[in-house]
Design a binder for this molecule. Sequence first.
Ligand code: NAD
Length: 281
Amino acid sequence: MDEKEETTLAVGIPAGRLKSFAVETRDDSFSNELRKRICDYLTDFQLRYDEKEPDIVISVGGDGTMLQAFHRYVHRLNDTSFVGVHTGHLGFYADWTAAEVEKLVISIARNSFKIVEYPLLQVAVSYTDGNKEASYLALNECTVRSAEGLLAAEVLIREEKFETFRGDGLCFSTPTGSTAYNKGLAGAIIHPSLASIQLAEIASINNRVYRTLGSPVILPKHHHCQVRPVTDERFNVTIDHLSTLHHHVRQIEFVVAREKIRFARFRPFPFWRRVRDSFIG
Ligand code: NAD
């Protein structure tokens, strides 16, 4: 396995392009100590610490820290790239170890690198009470549940009724999120070069009265999917690690986002190797 699998998405960047940086940590003492070392080293290399407009964000912690970093800088995805250092087990978004921090810092300051772009999920919530549509980007997934108890919702694909879902909830994931919650729902693992969204059921009710497809569905980037309430217009919506209760929901629409997340690759980090090392060992 080598980097070739990612080359359709990769763009080469010459050394010296990164002028400013920020560090996001899990906020434990070890990650914070690493953050200090990274800041000292990069400042010595004449890079500027800029929490507002960083060229690169270094996430130090786990996958959850990268989710945090993504949401902090979601408004500047065209100008910021991300790289992850893991302080626990190997992460899907973090390939550098704490022991390699010096090597990473030198790479950031001195080496050319590749930018790899991965697809995101666009979520738009519209309301029946005239409230303005709310729009979100997810790096891993969006889940929809009822405010309390069973979720009853119509699922439409390209505006056409597909099924009425009854159960715990629905999970819409990105390709990179397919190894997260989606995997626990027996969803397929999707390579990030396939711009798509995957819909997986969370404990659907299937009997003589209620029927859903029962299999995960993968939609291409030009198809969108909508979820509409059957009776209760309150939906509990998670976007990655963030959760919000929405009232008076008319519809939630899911589509592959136009925006992408950019990861800075200073060395190969092939997807299937990540899958193998994380789940098979
Ligand atoms: P966290 O950082 O503790 O993450 C939870 C676990 O999910 C960690 O083991 C992490 O490594 C793993 N993870 C996160 N993103 C991943 C990815 N893209 N591929 C493979 N593993 C991944 O806690 P958090 O910050 O609250 O993380 C939120 C994420 O947790 C959600 O985006 C969701 O994917 C995941 N989650 C999973 C389940 C489940 O599998 N039953 C349930 C709820 C949430």
